[in-house]
Design a protein around this ligand. Sequence first.
Ligand code: ZN
Length: 450
Amino acid sequence: MHRAELIATCDAAGQEISGGWVAIRNGRVAAVGAAGEPVPNAAEVIDASGCLVTPGLVNTHHHLFQNLTRAFAPAVNRTLFGWLQRLYPVWAGIDTEASYLSTRVGLVELALGGVTTTSDHLYIAPRGAGDLWTAQVEAARAVGVRLHATRGSMTLSTADDGLAPPELVQDDEEVLADCERLVRLHHDPDPHAMVQMALAPCAPFNVRPELMRASAELAERLDVRLHTHLAEDPDDDAYCRARFGRSPVEHFEDLGWAGPRSWVAHCVHPSGPEVGRLGAAGVGVAHCPSSNMILGGGGICPVLDLRMAGSPVGLGCDGSSSNDAASLWLEARTALLLGRQRGGPTGMSARDVLDLATRGGAACLGRAGVVGELSPGSAGDLVVWDQRGPLFAGAHSDPVEAWLRCGPSPARHTVVAGRVLVREGRSTDPGLPDALAGHARVARRLQAMS
Ligand code: ZN
């Protein structure tokens, strides 16, 4: 049970309550009350006086394995394709231990930034590396963050005019069989699930069109979601036009992906008509502002245009090798700044961004109404943001605007299904010191291979 100074965007109507409380029972929100309403008895009460309470944030795009090559000196200052080509041989050393440790540490980092549900796009499958996705699921169960894992894939190597070395790609049949195996093993269709799976061929420039089409058909049959990168960068656009004779969005549409089952990362370079078609089809978009700016591909995702056209839009940290900080709060602030840079002083408000980071992300993952809001019956996932002390001194009129205009703001408390994962700004994971030591050892091993 949490008493708060202000609870924001409690429900689909974006309701805000001053001085209210949230009660969580059996992992779900049991009740939300206003100031003065009788507070239920609770086993634990967290005092959130002077704080903002929001629904848990939803991260819609990430590559947790990349935290093993964070700020990797030989790959910085390159284009998207140059950066990938430099890192692929390093990532070829990833095994189940590396997958477990990168996920374990990465999920703690996300929780410290207020994330309670995250997607992850793991598309590296070195030969003989073992089941990297099951290792991720084990790490997620240990940490307690909701994981929307995706079975990523690459099937085009340098031998086929792609970018990845041959030892990192698989054939279509191998990928599809493993997708089905992982969905049957780990996917829990309950909207309150701690683990769900989706299918995620990496991008048009490293996956055969036949696999994209077959993945869409398999996702339909298994009733899981579809994810990929789309229209991220000028290189990506030029590759699609040269190889397939059409833009990335046209390619995506021709392969049967343009529907509400799909959410895509980036979408920086769609044309105006393409924005309209993606919106009409209900395709979700993960806006990853820091990664887009670090890779310097030019352009800004047309967030509000996509939303107006009908696309759910969420926020994503993207991988920790192209946005080396994995704080969704930081992405939210960056989305605010970039939205205003693009659209002027009315182009984006903190409330718009809070909606992207919560309900928008939940809609991208097919979990609208369950995660990303605080209403009776929704997931018991919330974040307490401290607004006391020097960083917020003088901010008394609007805690939601202050949340993103002031800061930096790590989460004071992060709660998932009623379990406190971050308390007073620190992870409650007792295994974290050992995980960090193992992570350092594995990261050094990988980076020494370069
Ligand atoms: Zn990505």
